[in-house]
Design a protein around this ligand. Structure first.
Ligand code: ATP
Ligand code: MG
Length: 265
């Protein structure tokens, strides 16, 4: 096995440490991600999943511990890491094409390269015919496709995805899962994918990290060994899928129950 692509070591995050109500969001989180791995992260609401992704993205700083990417400690955002946010974060004043182009122009690519990449990702995400529409004219599913296309067009080595399909209807969600898997198989990016859906986590990933309720720690890691050459139907009815899903679900349920005890008690 090669060097880790991402290494999270002793990571803790306390919000408002100096005010009256400090929030310990994460406490001593440790895990490694290999290059090209697809990792899913699940855990109760408020356990620090978004916080973890934002720290890997470099938007916020850890209170303790460190994040190593490609052997270097990171402390700011970089073009090697692309994030798709929990809420669609499109520029409302730009068209679909303009939104996808934005990062590429920032990156300083020449116009031909930009046009080529924009049309490639418009095609890959099924956005043809919508190039000149504005976000407000799009459905939720389309907006999320644009957000994903925009991040992919930038071609980061690491994709950080924070519940990217959470707000979508079941059919659109399944379609985008298939598209994401296809793109991952094609490009072998390193993916960290946060979701509340155990089915989605097991279906997409090679490894599921289950987090405890707040303060978030790594509760367990479950390897997924599915035959991805099979159809969706065959995968989700396979014994391996059903057993893995159950394993993950038992851990998640335990943490979600604890979470409610704290909230209610
Ligand atoms: N900027 C902030 N200031 C203070 N507290 C914060 C801040 N951001 C997050 N928190 C707190 O940190 C904890 C973790 O939040 P985070 O958004 O990372 O959870 P999450 O696991 O992504 O939840 P969800 O599944 O609901 O998206 C929560 O208790 C939240 O209230
Ligand atoms: Mg979140």
């Amino acid at each position: 096995m090669g060097r880790s692509k991402i290494s999270v070591r002793g990571l803790s995050k306390v919000f408002n440490p100096l005010k009256g109500n400090p929030v310990v969001a994460l406490e001593n989180v440790n895990f490694d991600v290999e290059e090209g791995e697809f990792i899913a992260i699940v855990g109760p609401s408020g356990c620090g999943k978004s916080t973890l992704l934002y720290m890997i993205a470099g938007f916020i700083q850890p209170t303790k511990g460190e994040i190593i990417v490609d052997g270097r400690r990171i402390n700011s955002p970089g073009p090697d890491r692309g994030i798709v946010f929990q809420e669609y974060a499109l520029f409302p004043w730009l068209t679909v094409e303009g939104n996808i182009k934005y990062g590429l122009e920032e990156k300083g690519l020449d116009q031909d390269e930009i046009d080529e990449k924009v049309s490639k990702y418009i095609r890959l995400m099924g956005l043809e015919g919508f190039e000149h529409k504005y976000p407000k004219e799009l459905s939720g599913g389309m907006k999320q496709r644009v957000a994903i296309a925009r991040t992919l067009a930038y071609e980061p080595e690491i994709l950080l995805m924070d519940e990217p399909f959470g707000a979508l209807d079941a059919q659109t969600r399944e379609l985008l899962q298939e598209e994401l898997l296809r793109i991952w198989e094609e490009t072998r990016k390193t993916v960290l994918f946060v979701t509340h859906s155990v089915d989605e986590a097991v279906y997409l990933s090679q490894r599921v990290i289950i987090m405890t309720c707040r303060p978030g720690r790594v509760k367990n890691t479950v390897n997924v060994r599915l035959d991805k050459t099979l159809s969706r139907e065959d995968v989700i009815t396979s014994r391996e899928f059903v057993e893995t899903r159950h394993k993950v679900w038992v851990d998640v349920r335990e943490e979600v129950m604890k979470h409610y005890c704290i909230v209610e008690g």
